[in-house]
Design a protein around this ligand. Structure first.
Ligand SMILES: *Cc1c(COP(=O)(O)O)cnc(C)c1O
Length: 441
């Protein structure tokens, strides 16, 4: 078959020429790479007419489906206007509008937006800004960062240094700056009989104890609010964030909220911090920011930070530069994404959608191998008992055979679908997952 030959040729060429991310390439001797021809809504189509339900939103970036007509139209119009311009000394409407709207939507008074192109770079920027703020404020001994056990904040060297996932980090340990990890409020770790909230507060007290000793040298605490996603969809009570905010204020330590994965409605509110009623000093955004269309990230901060850089002396400014900063096309995709949130009242619609899906998942919840079933907003996860070391690969392949794109993290299966998923898609996802659970050790 002609299209099949086309498919095989793409697989071979990709294996030869493309070094795929997060992949031991040798495994592709057995695991097929899947060339995708086009996407539509929640579906990805290959060249042989087979379709895959994108239940992980293509690595958590897609919110409103592939080939979304409204985002497509906005991008087409922007293409005719301006594709890119240097953002040092120049500006343009999309970046101004996006900055204003993000500031308005974000918690607190985060009125200054700095841009980059990916999540890890946003983390680098927040770390550099925090450090530089203290230096400009005459507290240059504040150079250390703390994060949670099992944290994930990206994989460039600075971001990796506050990440705590051994598989990604250990190899590069000699290249990294030390950071300190405080206990994670992940409710699965609560003592028997201890509530998620009590456990969260107990962890917050351990943070306070650490800072009592080390506040003089600590610049910032970085946290992924409500759900530690890459850390295995570990969920915690918002009480942790409320106490962490108070503790950071008490000890003069910045709070960096990494909402790269949890932002833009993932946890049920536009930003996860809202559920704790707090505002961070730095808010890092990416992934869903452009609806999954183009690489873009932003770091929002408040005026007190900004003013510490505002000076006659050049070197006191934040001189971080990146060629594609504030790319107009990416900003336009982000604006179109925010329009959809507004026009379709997505946050409210997702609330009933999520409740409905959770109810539909009862059979999964009751499956004998399912442990710690959990949900926050549009994220569902559970741990699988008696999982073999290569469970996630087996499950991934079994799911692909059933037309589902699912990538378990270790023995944790999760769903993080585009918000345009409907009940029929959901039923298919649940049914398929049940079959895969029975088929995979
Ligand atoms: C994905 C992710 C990052 C890194 O973003 P990239 O765009 O992949 O560099 C950082 N923090 C969190 C919480 C993430 O999920």
């Amino acid at each position: 078959m002609k299209c099949s030959m086309r498919n095989q040729s793409l697989i071979d060429r990709s294996r030869a020429a493309v070094w795929h991310p997060c992949t031991q390439m040798k495994q592709h001797e057995r695991l097929p790479i899947i060339p995708i021809s086009h996407g539509q809504g929640v579906w990805l189509y290959d060249f042989e007419g087979k379709r895959y339900l994108d239940a992980i939103s293509s690595w958590w970036v897609n919110l409103f489906g592939h080939a979304n007509p409204r985002i497509n139209a906005a991008l087409r119009a922007q293409l005719e206007q301006l594709e890119h311009v240097i953002l040092a000394g120049f500006t343009h409407a999309p970046v101004i509008e996006l900055s204003e709207r993000l500031s308005q939507l974000a918690p607190g008074n985060l009125g200054h937006c700095f841009y980059a192109s990916d999540g890890a770079s946003a983390i680098e920027i927040a770390l550099k800004m925090s450090f530089h703020f203290w230096r400009n404020s005459g507290q240059s001994q504040k150079t250390e960062f703390i994060s949670l056990v099992n944290a994930y904040h990206g994989e460039t060297l600075g971001a990796l240094s506050v990440t705590d996932v051994a598989l990604f980090k250990d190899t590069y340990a000699p290249l990294l700056r030390q950071s300190h990890q405080v206990p994670s409020p992940d409710w699965r770790l609560a003592a028997p009989g201890e509530s998620a909230e009590d456990y969260a507060l107990r962890c917050a007290e351990l943070l306070a104890q650490y800072l009592e000793q080390h506040h003089a040298t600590t610049a910032a605490l970085i946290v992924e609010p409500l759900v530690q996603c890459a850390g295995g969809m570990a969920m915690h009570h918002p009480a942790y964030l409320r106490r962490a905010r108070e503790i950071c204020d008490q000890f003069q330590v910045h709070l960096i909220a990494d909402e790269i994965a949890v932002g833009f409605g993932r946890t049920g509110t536009l930003f996860a911090c809202e559920q704790a009623d707090i505002a961070p000093d730095f808010l890092c955004l990416s992934k869903g920011l452009t609806g999954g269309y183009l690489p873009l990230s932003a770091v929002l901060t408040h005026d007190r930070i900004y003013q510490a850089f505002y000076h006659d002396e050049t070197a006191r400014g934040f001189l971080h530069s990146h060629s594609y900063t504030g790319n107009p096309l990416a900003c336009r995709a982000a604006l179109a994404t925010l329009d959809i949130f507004e026009q379709d009242q997505v946050i409210a619609a997702n609330r009933s959608k999520a409740a409905r899906f959770t109810a539909m998942m009862q059979p999964l919840r009751e499956h004998p191998r399912v442990r710690h079933f959990r949900q926050t907003g549009m994220i569902w996860a559970f741990d699988v008992a008696d999982a073999a070391a290569d469970f996630s690969q087996h499950f991934y392949q079994a799911a692909l055979q059933r037309g589902l794109l699912l990538r378990p993290i270790g023995s944790t299966v999760y769903f993080m679908p585009p918000y345009v998923l409907d009940e029929e898609n959901m039923a298919e996802l649940i049914q398929g997952s049940l079959v895969c659970l029975d088929a995979c050790r």
